[in-house]
Design a protein around this ligand. Sequence first.
Ligand code: ADP
Length: 265
Amino acid sequence: MDGTRMGAADAPFYLPQGDEVAVFEAAAARRLPVLLKGPTGCGKTRFVAHMAARLGRPLYTVACHDDLAAADLIGRWLLKGGETVWVDGPLTRAVREGAICYLDEVVEARKDVTVVLHPLTDDRRILPIDRTGEELEAHPDFLLVASYNPGYQNILKTLKPSTRQRFVGLEFGFPRPEHEIPVVARESGLAEDRVAPLVRLAGKLRAMKGQDLEEGVSTRLVVYCAALIAGGMPVERAIRAAMIEPLTDDADVKAGLRDLVTAVF
Ligand code: ADP
């Protein structure tokens, strides 16, 4: 839950794909901000939740969108019972408490957000709050983590070098089958031997990225599909609902994908 401090024992399950745990720990120890790059649904958010619990730090997660402004992160004056009171936003809370602030899909946010991040991500580690005149020095345990999906080919929405070069970068991809099968089995409750063909199908769908599909199928969708099957839905119906419909609206592409399913199963 946002802002609560969890211990390592309650850390949400995360199966590492490489050395990301060690890199993240090293960055946290040196107070360096971390940028997670990778497609949607490949485990970035889960990784941050896992690391926050491991490090025993509270976590504030903000899903960025194109209307999200700096004030949403920093805070605002609110009227409460006839009085105007200042209410910290999630970033300010994290800076004060020594928490991790995770800005998911940071490129989606408005431009003024990056302006706020700059003094926080260099060795000043300060958050100027214009509206109160306060200049907050970050708690030693404060850590900024951001994610973005380099796969979305949107020139207007890439991170500027002046911003991205303030972060240590970690690249995420879809897990290899030997990782994805146990992850999906554990998350869905479906046995590994029944998950294996779904993961094989996911591999084939991912290979179509850039041709008929904008984005490959995420691990999240494979988990959904396996969960539907574990709940009793026939395999083919579950695949259609969780691994085809969410990928495309194009009838021809859908028909092509269904042929692929028949070939795999
Ligand atoms: P992202 O933040 O990259 O969009 P998430 O972290 O929400 O994706 O991952 C989606 C789902 O995939 C998670 O809820 C989890 O079930 C599963 N998942 C993906 N990779 C892993 C992993 N390495 N360990 C555990 N679960 C994973």
